[in-house]
Design a protein around this ligand. Structure first.
Ligand code: TRP
Length: 334
């Protein structure tokens, strides 16, 4: 039996992944490559749905790819590629656009949130159709599972709806993917505002731990993380959201359960605990940062690795699109 296929994507919108990306996505992608035929893509077409400087996009796409390799994705086993290298993403997205109702697209809550920042009429049409491009990413590869955070559930529903609609109208073509919702326990919040998600777009620099950050600043940020009144290290999301977040981080990075950590720090106060959390973060990030720096120091080699990924991805995408074109009624090119 062939291994089930997973596909996921991450946007190249920052100069580093942060702890939330790492625990909530990248690290779990690494585990999934053991049991799945894995396709992971740096979604640069998605990145330009909001205004983006070309040089920043180039830099961030390479940084994102390098971090994926550095975090343990193995180019021999997994297909790591850049979305824009595979032209079929845009092509399928167009066809799916033509199968999507205006009202159906308008119900997507992520668009509502993101466009609120620009004012709805200033937001691009690309931002509006973002979930349809995402559906194309997934359907092109006939993915069985799509590992994403809970915030992406609605986009996966749309993907299944569009795939099912195409199959119904034009004949069985697409595999309908199952969501594979990544573990909630690893939901990491802002160090300065521990009830809000750690996020590139809304966290202040002091609230976010970047994978590529140096040990000094990482330690400082953990030590300055907002903690709660009282002095006991207890897991209590409601009354101790700051300490609870640090416990989740420590547990996720060390593999020690939260109850075991709570027992370990009994009677010790916040200081010792925070020092240990800081060390766990530095220990997890330093090797990834060093490997990323090494990969980025040889752009030619990195681009070559991405070309191999693009070739492998293209082989699958071309096959799907040949069928799609024919079913839709486009003339063959001779
Ligand atoms: N929208 C996803 C996010 O913001 C990124 C993404 C783009 C994606 N294409 C995808 C995720 C395809 C899974 C599959 O996290």
């Amino acid at each position: 039996m062939a291994r089930p296929r997973v596909l996921s994507g991450i946007q190249p919108t920052a100069d580093s992944f942060h702890l939330g990306n790492y625990l909530g996505a990248v690290r779990q992608w690494v585990t999934l490559q053991e049991t799945h035929d894995a396709f992971y893509c740096v979604v640069d077409l998605h990145a330009i749905t909001v205004p983006t400087e070309p040089d920043a996009l180039r830099r961030r796409s390479r940084v994102a790819a390098a971090q994926l390799f550095a975090a343990g994705l193995d180019p021999e086993r997994s297909t790591i590629f850049v979305q824009s290298h595979v032209r079929e993403h845009s092509e399928l997205a167009w066809i799916l656009n033509c199968l999507t109702g205006m009202g159906e697209a308008a119900r997507m809550t992520q668009f509502k949130d993101k466009s609120a920042k620009f004012g709805e009429s200033a937001a691009s049409v690309g931002l509006f159709t973002y979930p349809i491009l995402q559906a194309a990413d997934i359907l092109l590869y006939q993915a069985n599972r799509v590992p994403v955070g809970a915030d992406q559930k609605q986009h996966l529903e749309l993907t299944r709806d569009l795939g099912g609609r195409f199959n119904h109208r034009y004949g069985e073509t697409f595999t309908l993917p199952e969501p594979y919702i990544l573990k909630e326990v690893e939901k990491i919040t802002d160090l300065q505002e521990p009830t809000a998600k750690m996020s590139k777009s809304s966290s202040s620099p002091a609230g976010i731990l970047d994978v590529l950050e140096q040990p000094g600043p990482l330690r400082k940020k953990v030590m300055r993380a907002v903690t709660d009144t009282g002095s006991e290290v207890l897991f209590d999301e409601e009354n101790k959201p700051g300490i609870s977040n640090l416990l989740r981080i420590q547990s996720a990075l060390t593999g020690t359960s939260i109850p075991d950590l709570v027992a370990r720090y009994e009677g010790q106060g916040y200081g010792t605990f925070k020092k240990d959390v800081a060390e766990a973060v530095v220990e997890a990030f330093s090797p990834i940062r060093e490997r990323t720096e090494k990969l980025l120091s040889d752009e030619k080699e990195l681009d070559r690795m991405l070309a191999i990924g693009a070739e492998r991805a293209s082989a699958v995408a071309r096959e799907t699109m040949a069928q799609v074109r024919d079913r839709v009624g486009f003339l063959p090119t001779l």
